[in-house]
Write a protein that binds this ligand. Structure first.
Ligand code: AMP
Ligand code: GLY
Length: 430
């Protein structure tokens, strides 16, 4: 079959790499792809958000199956458009994608179906929001309602920070229309985990739990990024806790939406805080996480295409996922300046010496004058597997040591939390 993957980051490189191993796949296109993806797929010069262009391409090339990486085309309704044209596509429709595209919608769904999450209040005017946070007089979290490239959440320690966030979102409109409404919610404490599941709208099949590392610096310091690294499985989510997350969070969400006539098909990603009172949802995403997908697909032993087809056909019941043993860790190598304005065009060296059993998933890369150069904030995701977390961490950092480009920076503590070296703060709170 011919498969089209939409997107051009590290997540999509991992998807293309995994899909290329399926015996049923003859040809892979990726729009827009990147320099790494070009080795395994034919890159197509179309933006991931150009729904009309992507539809015309899929029809012209007789694409049998489309797999969507990022949230923007899902929120724009690409799945509805492709399905209306009779094409097979993996991901939730526009109505279901609101779980990620509107934090207010997600909060209301959670409130309706008793899904554990932080208490929150919705505002559509700054004055009322200010009055509310003044009364709270303690830490809180201010969230722009809409998509803000992962930057619309401000964890405020006090009134001054919360008030600045309200001004930025509602008056200075730093996230544009995403900030027309905002959510102020209770601040939660604990370790974070990412639990993704495949769902066909009825059956929910969790993948191994993963952990992302959002802040740019070691020890979870500095501003948030799209994710500086991830590993799976995350021991903080024990098998018993995973069952609880499935029963209390994932299933009620899918069933609640189904009761409202919204059939959720695709990946449902719960960003969780593991609080002393149990797991709480911080956010839902309606797609594979980036970078969590890189270690997850590196551990996935089965055929991804078979699972994707079972989701589309509503035949997930009875499907069992197979995993390689051990732990996988992905370390993101970022460009100078990231997550702020970053530099492009630095030559990337050392990839040819990376051992063959270590994957380098490319994100912001391009080819220039025959050289591989940086072209985005997150540049590479070096991914290794080990018999346990310690071995995976050792192997991934040994490989990272051989790669360089000007201004390259990365966290040196990815996977430490899996080694049982949680900070006392985290341990006390769990
Ligand atoms: P989100 O995009 O909603 O996942 O939020 C980004 C980050 O903000 C999360 O990974 C958490 O670290 C933090 N965060 C979000 N909501 C809360 C909350 N209610 N309490 C504490 N931290 C939060
Ligand atoms: N790693 C977080 C996300 O994909 O949103």
């Amino acid at each position: 079959m011919k498969v089209l993957v939409i997107g051009g980051g590290g997540r999509e490189h991992a998807l293309v790499w995994k899909i290329s191993q399926s015996p049923r796949v003859r040809k892979i296109y990726c729009a827009p792809g990147n320099a790494g993806i070009a080795a395994q797929a034919e890159c197509v010069d179309l933006s991931a958000e150009d729904v009309g262009g992507l539809l015309a391409f899929a029809q012209a090339e007789d694409v049998d199956l489309t797999v969507v990486g990022p949230e923007a085309p899902l929120a724009a309704g690409i799945v509805d458009v492709f399905e209306a044209a009779g094409l097979r596509i993996f991901g939730p429709g526009r109505a279901a994608a609101r779980l990620e595209a509107s934090k207010v919608f997600a909060k209301r769904v959670m409130q309706r179906y008793g899904i554990p999450t932080a208490d929150g209040c919705v505002f559509d005017a700054p004055e009322a929001a200010r009055k509310y946070v003044r009364q709270l007089s303690g830490p809180c979290v201010v969230k722009a309602d809409g998509l803000a490239a992962g930057k619309g959440v401000i964890v405020a320690d006090n009134y001054a920070e919360a008030e600045a966030a309200i001004t930025d979102i509602m008056e200075r409109k730093v996230f544009g229309a995403a900030g027309e409404r905002l959510l102020v919610e209770e601040r939660l404490y604990g370790a974070e985990a990412s639990v993704m599941a495949l769902t066909d709208g009825e059956t929910v099949l969790p993948l191994l739990p993963a952990q992302d590392h959002k802040p740019v610096l070691d020890g979870d310091k500095g501003p948030n990024t799209g994710g500086m690294g991830a590993y799976a499985p995350a021991p903080a989510v024990t098998p018993a806790l995973l069952r609880r997350i499935e029963a209390e969070i994932l299933l009620p969400t899918v069933r609640g939406l189904a009761a409202e006539g919204i059939v959720y098909k695709g990946v449902l990603y719960a960003g969780l805080m593991l609080t002393p009172a149990g797991p709480r949802v911080l956010e839902f995403n309606v797609r594979f996480g980036d970078p969590e997908t890189q270690p997850l697909l590196y551990l996935w032993a089965g055929d991804l295409i078979e699972a994707v087809e079972a989701v589309i056909d509503g035949e997930l019941r009875g499907v069992k996922l197979a995993w390689h043993p051990g732990t996988a860790v992905c370390v993101v190598l970022a460009a100078a300046g990231y997550p702020g304005g970053y530099r492009k065009g630095d030559v990337i060296n050392g990839l040819e010496d990376v051992p063959r059993d270590i994957a380098v998933f490319q994100a912001g890369t391009a080819r220039k004058d025959g050289c591989l150069v940086t072209a985005g904030g997150r540049v590479l995701g070096v991914t290794a597997r080990g018999a346990d977390a310690r071995e995976a961490v050792e192997r991934v950092y040994a490989a990272v040591g051989g790669i360089n480009f000007d201004g390259m920076h990365y966290r040196r503590d990815i996977g430490q939390k899996a080694l049982g070296t949680l900070g006392t703060e985290d341990r006390d709170r769990m």
